[in-house]
Write a protein that binds this ligand. Structure first.
Ligand code: DGY
Length: 322
């Protein structure tokens, strides 16, 4: 059994390695940064399985570099825009991702960002850390309440639904858009109303992005989309950076054409548009959506179980279909 080579492109929790060691010889790339494309090509040579991260570009070329024995690429992320899925699966390689296990962590972070930007928490913290003078005053650093406001969700999948559920508990009304209508029972549980995107943008007090990055969603939030939002509205993005045209967003925020934005992901990650960092009405965090100890362990374990299933001749648990 240990003749199968399993390459893990970054350090992962030990619990997942135990699962992998039962089905093959595990090689973990322990460098403290993403592998360069050339290093990745070299690392996967001869691999039967690759446990990949969202920054690893996996395409036909990489599959070719790995060799014909490659059976599975297990992405440790629910998003798989880093993988050319048709090109990889056409070569007989199974692709898997980690849906479900990161829903709650990502939804929690989304609500955290929503509160940070609407209640100006980052601004308040920066003020104190800069040791600026302040006193309690009735009109000091006022934010926006959420009760009775409209949350516009773009992409009512698992994470979008979990965000909607939490937002309902804050007294928000929920509208959503996406490629298709949600099931009737989901709409009725969340009291969520479907709207075409143009209408959602003009209605929502907060627009929260939960769609995958595809050719259809790249720059979905561009200059016209931002212009369609209310000047009092906020944008929250915990999906993928390129869903938003970051330069257009910086301009809209600078000119106060929208009230604020809270971003966990960036168009040219890990680079952040410098202008965004200058603006008070922006909250930025470094791609932390799933970053809890429990969730990261669950993600890697699911990826490992996918590898184990495929290498032992079984069906993958969470395959990505092209
Ligand atoms: C994902 O899983 O796609 C997130 O962006 C990282 O957890």
């Amino acid at each position: 059994m240990v003749d199968k080579r399993i390459v893990v492109t970054r350090t992962v929790p030990e619990s997942a390695l135990d699962v992998l060691r039962e089905v093959g010889e595990v090689h973990v790339c322990t460098q403290d940064r993403p592998l360069t494309p050339a290093e990745l090509r070299e690392a996967v040579r001869g691999a039967h399985a690759v446990v990949a991260m969202l920054h690893d570009r996996i395409d036909a070329d990489l599959v070719g570099a790995a060799g014909p024995q490659l059976q599975v690429v297990a992405n440790v992320a629910v998003g798989y825009d880093n993988i050319d899925v048709p090109a990889v699966t056409d070569r007989g390689v199974i692709v898997t991702n980690t849906p479900g296990v990161l829903v709650d962590a990502t939804a929690d972070l989304t609500i955290g960002l929503l509160l940070m930007v609407t209640r100006r928490l980052g601004e308040g913290e920066r003020l104190l850390r800069a040791r600026q003078p302040w006193t309690f005053r009735l009109d000091f650093m006022l934010g926006t309440g959420l009760q009775g406001k409209v949350l516009g969700i773009v992409g009512l999948g698992g994470i979008g639904q979990a965000v909607a559920r939490r937002a309902r508990a804050f007294g928000m009304d929920v509208v959503y858009t996406g490629r298709r209508r949600a099931a009737a029972d989901v709409e009725s549980e969340l009291q969520a109303r479907f709207l075409p995107i143009e209408e959602l943008l003009g209605t929502a007090d907060v627009v929260s992005l939960h769609c995958p990055l595809t050719e259809q969603t790249r720059h979905l939030i561009d200059k016209p989309a931002l212009a369609a939002m209310k000047p009092t509205a906020y944008l929250v993005n915990t999906s993928r950076g390129p869903v938003v045209d970051e330069r257009a967003l910086a301009e809209a925020l600078r000119e106060r054409r929208i009230a604020g934005a809270a971003l966990d992901v960036f168009e040219r990650e890990p680079e952040v548009e410098p202008e965004l960092l200058e603006l008070d009405n922006v909250v930025v965090v470094p791609h932390l959506g799933s970053a809890t100890t429990e969730t990261r362990a669950a993600m890697v374990e699911l990826a490992a179980r996918n590898v184990a299933a495929v290498l032992t001749g079984g069906a993958p648990l969470t395959p990505v279909r092209s």
